[in-house]
Write a protein that binds this ligand. Structure first.
Ligand code: ZN
Length: 433
Protein backbone atom coordinates (compact mmCIF):
# COMPACT_ATOMS: atom_id res chain seq x y z
CA UNK A 1 0.00 0.00 0.00
CA UNK A 2 1.12 3.49 -0.77
CA UNK A 3 0.19 6.73 0.92
CA UNK A 4 0.08 9.61 -1.53
CA UNK A 5 1.09 13.16 -0.61
CA UNK A 6 -1.37 15.91 -1.46
CA UNK A 7 -0.42 19.17 -3.15
CA UNK A 8 -1.92 22.51 -2.14
CA UNK A 9 -3.96 22.99 -5.36
CA UNK A 10 -5.32 19.45 -5.00
CA UNK A 11 -6.28 20.21 -1.43
CA UNK A 12 -8.08 23.41 -2.42
CA UNK A 13 -10.00 21.60 -5.14
CA UNK A 14 -10.90 18.82 -2.70
CA UNK A 15 -12.26 21.31 -0.17
CA UNK A 16 -14.29 23.09 -2.80
CA UNK A 17 -15.83 19.82 -3.97
CA UNK A 18 -16.76 18.95 -0.40
CA UNK A 19 -18.31 22.34 0.22
CA UNK A 20 -20.23 22.23 -3.07
CA UNK A 21 -21.70 18.88 -2.08
CA UNK A 22 -22.73 20.31 1.30
CA UNK A 23 -24.55 23.16 -0.49
CA UNK A 24 -26.26 20.73 -2.87
CA UNK A 25 -27.57 18.63 0.01
CA UNK A 26 -28.76 21.71 1.92
CA UNK A 27 -30.80 22.92 -1.03
CA UNK A 28 -32.09 19.45 -1.87
CA UNK A 29 -33.18 18.40 1.64
CA UNK A 30 -33.71 21.79 3.34
CA UNK A 31 -32.61 20.08 6.53
CA UNK A 32 -29.56 19.80 8.77
CA UNK A 33 -26.43 18.61 6.94
CA UNK A 34 -23.35 17.12 8.62
CA UNK A 35 -19.97 17.04 6.92
CA UNK A 36 -17.38 14.86 8.66
CA UNK A 37 -13.69 14.68 7.81
CA UNK A 38 -10.39 13.95 9.52
CA UNK A 39 -7.88 16.67 10.01
CA UNK A 40 -4.18 15.86 9.61
CA UNK A 41 -1.34 18.34 9.49
CA UNK A 42 1.15 17.83 6.67
CA UNK A 43 0.97 16.53 3.12
CA UNK A 44 -0.60 13.14 3.95
CA UNK A 45 -4.34 13.26 4.53
CA UNK A 46 -4.86 9.52 4.91
CA UNK A 47 -2.68 7.74 7.47
CA UNK A 48 -2.41 4.16 8.59
CA UNK A 49 -5.62 3.18 10.48
CA UNK A 50 -7.28 6.53 9.74
CA UNK A 51 -9.69 5.04 7.21
CA UNK A 52 -10.73 2.32 9.65
CA UNK A 53 -11.36 4.89 12.38
CA UNK A 54 -13.19 7.11 9.89
CA UNK A 55 -15.53 4.21 9.07
CA UNK A 56 -16.14 3.54 12.76
CA UNK A 57 -17.06 7.19 13.26
CA UNK A 58 -19.45 7.07 10.28
CA UNK A 59 -21.30 4.38 12.22
CA UNK A 60 -21.37 6.51 15.34
CA UNK A 61 -22.94 9.41 13.44
CA UNK A 62 -25.42 7.09 11.71
CA UNK A 63 -26.61 5.85 15.08
CA UNK A 64 -26.71 9.23 16.79
CA UNK A 65 -28.80 11.76 14.95
CA UNK A 66 -31.90 10.72 12.92
CA UNK A 67 -29.96 10.35 9.69
CA UNK A 68 -32.04 10.16 6.50
CA UNK A 69 -29.20 10.30 3.97
CA UNK A 70 -25.55 9.20 4.09
CA UNK A 71 -22.68 9.06 1.64
CA UNK A 72 -18.94 8.77 2.11
CA UNK A 73 -16.00 9.42 -0.16
CA UNK A 74 -12.57 7.85 0.19
CA UNK A 75 -9.86 10.02 -1.31
CA UNK A 76 -6.13 10.38 -0.78
CA UNK A 77 -6.90 14.09 -0.21
CA UNK A 78 -8.83 13.05 2.90
CA UNK A 79 -11.90 10.90 3.53
CA UNK A 80 -15.17 12.71 4.09
CA UNK A 81 -18.82 11.87 4.62
CA UNK A 82 -22.09 13.74 4.35
CA UNK A 83 -25.15 13.04 6.43
CA UNK A 84 -28.58 14.64 6.31
CA UNK A 85 -30.51 14.65 9.58
CA UNK A 86 -34.13 15.38 10.55
CA UNK A 87 -32.94 16.86 13.83
CA UNK A 88 -32.60 20.58 14.53
CA UNK A 89 -29.12 22.04 13.90
CA UNK A 90 -28.58 22.64 17.63
CA UNK A 91 -29.63 19.10 18.56
CA UNK A 92 -27.42 17.58 15.86
CA UNK A 93 -24.49 19.80 16.83
CA UNK A 94 -24.76 18.71 20.46
CA UNK A 95 -24.81 15.06 19.37
CA UNK A 96 -21.76 15.58 17.17
CA UNK A 97 -19.94 17.31 20.00
CA UNK A 98 -20.67 14.27 22.20
CA UNK A 99 -19.14 11.99 19.56
CA UNK A 100 -16.05 14.18 19.22
CA UNK A 101 -15.58 14.37 22.97
CA UNK A 102 -16.42 10.75 23.81
CA UNK A 103 -12.91 9.61 22.96
CA UNK A 104 -9.49 11.14 22.48
CA UNK A 105 -9.45 10.20 18.80
CA UNK A 106 -12.41 12.58 18.30
CA UNK A 107 -9.81 15.34 18.30
CA UNK A 108 -8.69 14.22 14.87
CA UNK A 109 -12.18 14.78 13.45
CA UNK A 110 -14.00 17.79 12.11
CA UNK A 111 -17.72 17.21 12.30
CA UNK A 112 -19.38 20.37 10.97
CA UNK A 113 -23.12 20.95 11.08
CA UNK A 114 -24.73 23.18 8.42
CA UNK A 115 -28.25 24.60 8.33
CA UNK A 116 -28.57 27.00 5.42
CA UNK A 117 -26.97 28.53 2.34
CA UNK A 118 -26.06 32.17 2.06
CA UNK A 119 -24.84 33.50 -1.29
CA UNK A 120 -24.16 29.95 -2.39
CA UNK A 121 -22.07 29.21 0.74
CA UNK A 122 -23.12 26.67 3.40
CA UNK A 123 -23.46 28.25 6.85
CA UNK A 124 -22.51 26.14 9.86
CA UNK A 125 -23.37 26.08 13.53
CA UNK A 126 -20.29 27.56 15.20
CA UNK A 127 -18.01 25.69 17.55
CA UNK A 128 -17.89 26.94 21.13
CA UNK A 129 -14.13 27.02 21.49
CA UNK A 130 -11.27 26.73 19.03
CA UNK A 131 -9.62 23.30 18.87
CA UNK A 132 -6.73 22.70 21.22
CA UNK A 133 -3.34 21.67 19.86
CA UNK A 134 -2.60 17.92 20.11
CA UNK A 135 0.68 18.58 21.93
CA UNK A 136 0.09 21.58 24.19
CA UNK A 137 -2.64 23.70 25.74
CA UNK A 138 -2.65 26.43 23.09
CA UNK A 139 -5.11 26.60 20.22
CA UNK A 140 -4.39 24.32 17.28
CA UNK A 141 -4.52 27.24 14.85
CA UNK A 142 -1.94 29.20 16.83
CA UNK A 143 0.52 26.29 17.05
CA UNK A 144 0.05 25.51 13.35
CA UNK A 145 0.63 29.14 12.37
CA UNK A 146 3.78 29.45 14.50
CA UNK A 147 4.95 25.92 13.58
CA UNK A 148 5.53 25.40 17.29
CA UNK A 149 6.07 21.62 17.27
CA UNK A 150 7.22 20.49 13.83
CA UNK A 151 5.30 18.16 11.57
CA UNK A 152 7.08 15.00 12.78
CA UNK A 153 6.08 15.53 16.41
CA UNK A 154 2.46 16.21 15.49
CA UNK A 155 2.34 13.20 13.16
CA UNK A 156 3.78 10.94 15.86
CA UNK A 157 1.18 12.08 18.35
CA UNK A 158 -1.54 11.59 15.73
CA UNK A 159 -0.38 8.01 15.19
CA UNK A 160 -0.29 7.41 18.94
CA UNK A 161 -3.81 8.75 19.40
CA UNK A 162 -5.09 6.35 16.71
CA UNK A 163 -3.17 3.42 18.21
CA UNK A 164 -4.50 4.11 21.69
CA UNK A 165 -8.01 4.20 20.26
CA UNK A 166 -7.60 0.84 18.48
CA UNK A 167 -6.06 -0.74 21.58
CA UNK A 168 -8.96 0.55 23.67
CA UNK A 169 -11.47 -0.94 21.22
CA UNK A 170 -9.70 -4.28 21.44
CA UNK A 171 -9.74 -4.31 25.24
CA UNK A 172 -13.41 -3.28 25.08
CA UNK A 173 -14.16 -6.25 22.79
CA UNK A 174 -12.20 -8.56 25.13
CA UNK A 175 -14.10 -7.35 28.18
CA UNK A 176 -17.46 -7.61 26.42
CA UNK A 177 -16.61 -11.13 25.25
CA UNK A 178 -15.74 -12.23 28.80
CA UNK A 179 -19.03 -10.82 30.08
CA UNK A 180 -21.02 -12.37 27.22
CA UNK A 181 -19.43 -15.74 27.93
CA UNK A 182 -20.26 -15.80 31.63
CA UNK A 183 -23.79 -14.48 30.95
CA UNK A 184 -24.51 -17.18 28.36
CA UNK A 185 -27.19 -19.26 30.11
CA UNK A 186 -27.67 -22.16 30.63
CA UNK A 187 -24.13 -23.56 30.57
CA UNK A 188 -23.61 -27.13 31.84
CA UNK A 189 -21.40 -27.21 34.95
CA UNK A 190 -20.24 -23.62 34.43
CA UNK A 191 -20.95 -20.37 36.24
CA UNK A 192 -23.87 -18.64 34.52
CA UNK A 193 -26.86 -16.46 35.40
CA UNK A 194 -28.74 -19.43 36.90
CA UNK A 195 -26.12 -20.86 39.25
CA UNK A 196 -22.43 -21.33 40.06
CA UNK A 197 -22.19 -24.60 38.13
CA UNK A 198 -19.92 -27.21 39.69
CA UNK A 199 -18.07 -24.49 41.59
CA UNK A 200 -18.20 -23.54 45.25
CA UNK A 201 -15.48 -20.90 45.20
CA UNK A 202 -16.81 -18.56 42.49
CA UNK A 203 -20.01 -17.03 41.16
CA UNK A 204 -21.02 -14.63 38.39
CA UNK A 205 -19.80 -11.66 40.43
CA UNK A 206 -16.31 -13.18 40.59
CA UNK A 207 -16.32 -13.15 36.79
CA UNK A 208 -17.56 -9.56 36.61
CA UNK A 209 -14.79 -8.51 38.98
CA UNK A 210 -12.02 -10.43 37.26
CA UNK A 211 -13.13 -9.35 33.75
CA UNK A 212 -12.86 -5.75 34.86
CA UNK A 213 -9.51 -6.39 36.53
CA UNK A 214 -7.88 -7.93 33.46
CA UNK A 215 -9.41 -5.57 30.88
CA UNK A 216 -6.57 -2.97 31.02
CA UNK A 217 -3.99 -5.66 30.28
CA UNK A 218 -5.50 -6.44 26.89
CA UNK A 219 -4.96 -2.76 26.14
CA UNK A 220 -1.38 -3.05 27.38
CA UNK A 221 -0.74 -6.11 25.20
CA UNK A 222 -2.16 -4.35 22.14
CA UNK A 223 0.03 -1.28 22.74
CA UNK A 224 3.04 -3.51 23.36
CA UNK A 225 2.43 -5.13 19.96
CA UNK A 226 2.52 -1.71 18.26
CA UNK A 227 5.78 -1.05 20.09
CA UNK A 228 7.15 -4.42 19.00
CA UNK A 229 6.37 -3.55 15.38
CA UNK A 230 8.06 -0.12 15.68
CA UNK A 231 11.15 -1.64 17.23
CA UNK A 232 11.24 -4.60 14.80
CA UNK A 233 11.23 -6.98 17.75
CA UNK A 234 11.51 -10.70 16.96
CA UNK A 235 8.31 -12.70 17.44
CA UNK A 236 9.92 -14.41 20.44
CA UNK A 237 11.01 -11.13 22.06
CA UNK A 238 7.52 -9.71 21.54
CA UNK A 239 5.97 -12.86 23.03
CA UNK A 240 8.24 -12.68 26.07
CA UNK A 241 7.28 -9.07 26.65
CA UNK A 242 3.61 -10.06 26.37
CA UNK A 243 4.11 -12.80 28.93
CA UNK A 244 5.28 -10.21 31.44
CA UNK A 245 2.01 -8.29 30.94
CA UNK A 246 0.07 -11.57 31.14
CA UNK A 247 1.59 -12.42 34.51
CA UNK A 248 0.63 -8.98 35.85
CA UNK A 249 -2.90 -9.60 34.54
CA UNK A 250 -2.99 -12.92 36.41
CA UNK A 251 -2.03 -11.16 39.63
CA UNK A 252 -4.78 -8.58 39.09
CA UNK A 253 -7.26 -11.39 38.46
CA UNK A 254 -6.32 -13.24 41.67
CA UNK A 255 -6.59 -10.01 43.64
CA UNK A 256 -10.06 -9.33 42.24
CA UNK A 257 -11.30 -12.88 43.00
CA UNK A 258 -9.45 -13.29 46.30
CA UNK A 259 -7.29 -16.07 44.94
CA UNK A 260 -9.64 -17.95 42.61
CA UNK A 261 -8.66 -18.78 39.02
CA UNK A 262 -11.58 -17.56 36.93
CA UNK A 263 -9.96 -16.57 33.64
CA UNK A 264 -6.25 -17.46 33.32
CA UNK A 265 -6.93 -19.31 30.07
CA UNK A 266 -8.68 -16.26 28.67
CA UNK A 267 -5.83 -13.95 29.60
CA UNK A 268 -3.57 -16.13 27.49
CA UNK A 269 -5.86 -16.92 24.56
CA UNK A 270 -7.66 -13.60 24.11
CA UNK A 271 -4.37 -11.81 24.82
CA UNK A 272 -2.69 -13.66 21.93
CA UNK A 273 -5.64 -13.01 19.63
CA UNK A 274 -5.64 -9.32 20.59
CA UNK A 275 -2.02 -9.05 19.52
CA UNK A 276 -2.80 -11.05 16.38
CA UNK A 277 -5.50 -8.50 15.59
CA UNK A 278 -3.05 -5.60 15.95
CA UNK A 279 -0.58 -7.36 13.63
CA UNK A 280 -3.32 -8.00 11.05
CA UNK A 281 -4.41 -4.35 11.18
CA UNK A 282 -0.88 -3.03 11.02
CA UNK A 283 0.11 -5.27 8.10
CA UNK A 284 -3.30 -4.85 6.40
CA UNK A 285 -3.64 -8.60 5.95
CA UNK A 286 -7.25 -8.94 7.05
CA UNK A 287 -9.28 -10.78 9.68
CA UNK A 288 -8.38 -14.30 8.50
CA UNK A 289 -4.70 -13.81 9.36
CA UNK A 290 -5.27 -12.97 13.05
CA UNK A 291 -5.13 -16.60 14.20
CA UNK A 292 -1.90 -17.17 12.24
CA UNK A 293 -0.12 -14.22 13.86
CA UNK A 294 -1.31 -15.35 17.28
CA UNK A 295 -0.12 -18.89 16.47
CA UNK A 296 3.35 -17.59 15.53
CA UNK A 297 3.57 -15.83 18.89
CA UNK A 298 2.61 -19.04 20.72
CA UNK A 299 5.03 -21.16 18.67
CA UNK A 300 7.93 -18.77 19.33
CA UNK A 301 8.17 -20.09 22.89
CA UNK A 302 7.11 -23.67 22.15
CA UNK A 303 8.79 -26.31 24.29
CA UNK A 304 9.37 -29.99 23.56
CA UNK A 305 6.54 -31.09 25.82
CA UNK A 306 3.75 -29.36 23.93
CA UNK A 307 0.33 -30.60 25.04
CA UNK A 308 -2.10 -32.40 22.74
CA UNK A 309 -5.06 -30.39 24.03
CA UNK A 310 -5.86 -27.29 26.10
CA UNK A 311 -5.15 -23.59 25.59
CA UNK A 312 -1.56 -24.04 24.40
CA UNK A 313 -2.53 -26.79 21.97
CA UNK A 314 -5.23 -24.50 20.60
CA UNK A 315 -2.80 -21.60 20.15
CA UNK A 316 0.02 -23.66 18.66
CA UNK A 317 -2.40 -25.02 16.07
CA UNK A 318 -3.90 -21.66 15.02
CA UNK A 319 -6.99 -21.98 17.24
CA UNK A 320 -8.94 -24.63 15.31
CA UNK A 321 -11.76 -24.97 17.85
CA UNK A 322 -12.05 -21.24 18.48
CA UNK A 323 -12.22 -20.41 14.78
CA UNK A 324 -14.77 -23.13 14.34
CA UNK A 325 -16.93 -21.94 17.25
CA UNK A 326 -16.80 -18.30 16.14
CA UNK A 327 -18.04 -19.28 12.66
CA UNK A 328 -20.79 -21.36 14.22
CA UNK A 329 -21.99 -18.50 16.44
CA UNK A 330 -21.95 -16.16 13.46
CA UNK A 331 -24.03 -18.59 11.39
CA UNK A 332 -26.37 -19.56 14.25
CA UNK A 333 -27.17 -15.88 14.90
CA UNK A 334 -29.10 -15.86 11.61
CA UNK A 335 -31.58 -18.26 13.15
CA UNK A 336 -31.35 -17.87 16.93
CA UNK A 337 -30.81 -15.18 19.54
CA UNK A 338 -27.20 -14.43 20.48
CA UNK A 339 -27.55 -16.30 23.79
CA UNK A 340 -29.07 -19.35 22.08
CA UNK A 341 -26.33 -19.31 19.42
CA UNK A 342 -23.68 -19.26 22.16
CA UNK A 343 -25.37 -22.13 24.08
CA UNK A 344 -25.46 -24.30 20.94
CA UNK A 345 -21.86 -23.45 19.99
CA UNK A 346 -20.78 -24.37 23.53
CA UNK A 347 -22.53 -27.76 23.41
CA UNK A 348 -20.94 -28.43 20.01
CA UNK A 349 -17.55 -27.56 21.47
CA UNK A 350 -18.17 -29.94 24.40
CA UNK A 351 -18.82 -32.69 21.88
CA UNK A 352 -15.44 -32.38 20.18
CA UNK A 353 -12.87 -30.87 22.57
CA UNK A 354 -10.75 -32.80 25.08
CA UNK A 355 -11.50 -30.47 27.96
CA UNK A 356 -8.60 -30.50 30.44
CA UNK A 357 -10.80 -29.43 33.35
CA UNK A 358 -13.18 -32.34 32.74
CA UNK A 359 -10.30 -34.79 32.45
CA UNK A 360 -8.79 -33.51 35.68
CA UNK A 361 -12.05 -33.76 37.64
CA UNK A 362 -13.73 -36.74 35.99
CA UNK A 363 -11.16 -38.58 33.86
CA UNK A 364 -12.16 -40.41 30.68
CA UNK A 365 -15.53 -41.37 32.21
CA UNK A 366 -16.37 -37.73 32.77
CA UNK A 367 -15.38 -36.83 29.23
CA UNK A 368 -17.43 -39.69 27.76
CA UNK A 369 -20.48 -38.77 29.81
CA UNK A 370 -20.23 -35.14 28.70
CA UNK A 371 -19.92 -36.09 25.02
CA UNK A 372 -22.82 -38.48 25.14
CA UNK A 373 -25.13 -35.86 26.67
CA UNK A 374 -23.89 -33.18 24.26
CA UNK A 375 -24.68 -35.45 21.33
CA UNK A 376 -28.19 -36.17 22.63
CA UNK A 377 -28.88 -32.46 23.02
CA UNK A 378 -27.65 -31.58 19.55
CA UNK A 379 -29.97 -34.23 18.08
CA UNK A 380 -33.01 -32.41 19.49
CA UNK A 381 -35.25 -30.61 17.02
CA UNK A 382 -36.32 -27.31 18.57
CA UNK A 383 -34.46 -24.62 20.48
CA UNK A 384 -36.88 -24.85 23.42
CA UNK A 385 -36.06 -28.57 23.75
CA UNK A 386 -32.35 -27.80 23.51
CA UNK A 387 -32.51 -25.14 26.24
CA UNK A 388 -34.57 -27.39 28.53
CA UNK A 389 -32.23 -30.36 28.04
CA UNK A 390 -29.19 -28.12 28.56
CA UNK A 391 -30.63 -26.96 31.85
CA UNK A 392 -31.07 -30.61 32.95
CA UNK A 393 -27.55 -31.35 31.70
CA UNK A 394 -26.36 -28.47 33.90
CA UNK A 395 -27.93 -30.16 36.95
CA UNK A 396 -26.25 -33.48 36.09
CA UNK A 397 -22.86 -31.84 35.63
CA UNK A 398 -23.20 -30.05 38.98
CA UNK A 399 -24.09 -33.38 40.63
CA UNK A 400 -21.08 -35.07 39.03
CA UNK A 401 -18.84 -32.11 39.95
CA UNK A 402 -17.85 -31.55 36.32
CA UNK A 403 -17.09 -28.17 34.77
CA UNK A 404 -15.89 -27.77 31.15
CA UNK A 405 -13.70 -24.72 31.79
CA UNK A 406 -11.67 -25.33 28.64
CA UNK A 407 -14.84 -25.18 26.53
CA UNK A 408 -15.86 -21.97 28.32
CA UNK A 409 -12.49 -20.44 27.37
CA UNK A 410 -13.10 -21.42 23.75
CA UNK A 411 -16.56 -19.85 23.88
CA UNK A 412 -15.19 -16.56 25.29
CA UNK A 413 -12.43 -16.39 22.67
CA UNK A 414 -14.79 -17.19 19.82
CA UNK A 415 -17.17 -14.41 20.96
CA UNK A 416 -14.13 -12.13 21.05
CA UNK A 417 -13.32 -13.01 17.43
CA UNK A 418 -16.87 -12.20 16.43
CA UNK A 419 -16.76 -8.85 18.25
CA UNK A 420 -13.48 -7.70 16.72
CA UNK A 421 -14.62 -8.81 13.30
CA UNK A 422 -17.69 -6.61 13.63
CA UNK A 423 -15.81 -3.73 15.23
CA UNK A 424 -12.47 -3.62 13.40
CA UNK A 425 -12.61 -5.82 10.32
CA UNK A 426 -16.00 -4.99 8.83
CA UNK A 427 -14.42 -2.77 6.18
CA UNK A 428 -12.29 -3.30 3.09
CA UNK A 429 -8.58 -3.43 3.86
CA UNK A 430 -7.01 -0.03 3.32
CA UNK A 431 -5.33 -0.99 0.08
CA UNK A 432 -6.87 1.45 -2.36
CA UNK A 433 -5.61 4.79 -1.26
ZN1 ZN B 1 0.83 23.24 20.58
Amino acid sequence: MEYIPVSLPEMMEHREKRSKRTAELLSEYKSTVICMSMNFIGEYKVLKHSRLIFNIFCHKVLEAANIVFFEKKHSHCGDYAHFVSNGSPEYVKSKMRQIEESTEVGRLFDIDVFYEIENGMPIQVRRDEPRKCLLCDKSAVECARNRTHGIEAVREETTNIMRRYIASLISECAYNALISEVETTPKPGLVDKNNNGAHTDMNIRSFYASSLAIKPYYYEMAMQTFKGIDESMSTKALMQSLQVIGRTAEKAMFEATKGVNTQIGEIYTIGLLSCGAILALEKLTGFDTISQYAQQLALSIKTDNSPSFGARYEAENAFPNIMNAYKRIEALCNEFSFNEACVIALIETMLTVDDTNILRRGGDDGLNFMRQRAKQILDLKSISEILKATYEFDMQMIESNLSPGGCADILAASIFMLYIKQMLFAYEPENQI
